[in-house]
Design a protein around this ligand. Structure first.
Ligand SMILES: N[C@@H](CCC(=O)N[C@@H](CS)C(=O)NCC(=O)O)C(=O)O
Length: 164
């Protein structure tokens, strides 16, 4: 069954993936799984039809038959669970790869998002210039920690996860 994802029509590239739908598209494409894309406007994202799919009025969403999902981590995990290839078969290696999925979303992404928020939404506040160095420090620190752990490793997420 062909999956459908919903993306934002006014993302910087006009809905071709330059928003969080990238993660879902990437997983589907790695799996050679065909999918359709429905584009929504910012206004439509906040209306009841979309809120029924995504309680927070965001993108992306994922629909496959009568299954509707939101949250990129959950969607990518679903895709990886359904078909072999994205996650290792070995139980421990699989658990490590899943650990990295959670880390990406809940530990690596937040400081990056904080920087975007500080620049795009709070840049005009009187306290913005004072706060910015702290935000910038945090956004440098986290990828630094990531580099220490992953080092110069190349190859798949699974291989990186096995190396932990
Ligand atoms: N934690 C969510 C975040 C989704 C998210 O923030 N999507 C952005 C686009 S990349 C969005 O819809 N922003 C509009 C809004 O929050 O109003 C996920 O990973 O799916």
């Amino acid at each position: 069954m062909t999956a459908t994802i919903i993306a934002f029509e006014r993302s910087p590239d006009g809905g071709k993936g330059l928003a969080r739908d990238t993660r879902v598209r990437w997983a589907l494409e790695e799996m050679d799984q065909p999918y359709e894309v429905r584009l929504v406007s910012f206004k439509a994202m906040k209306e009841s039809a979309h809120l029924a799919l995504h309680p927070f009025g965001q993108i992306p969403t994922y629909e496959e038959g009568d299954l509707a999902l939101f949250e990129t981590g959950a969607i990518v995990f679903h895709i990886a669970q359904r078909r072999a290839g994205l996650l290792p078969d070995d139980a421990n290696a699989r658990a490590r790869a899943i650990t990295w999925m959670f880390a990406a979303l809940s530990t690596v992404e937040p400081p990056v998002l904080e920087l975007a928020t500080a620049k795009l939404l709070e840049g005009d506040k009187s306290w913005s210039a004072q706060r910015m160095p702290l935000v910038e420090d945090r956004v440098r620190h986290r990828p630094g920690q990531l580099s220490v752990r992953l080092g110069d490793a190349t190859g798949s997420m699974a291989r990186s996860a096995r190396a932990t």
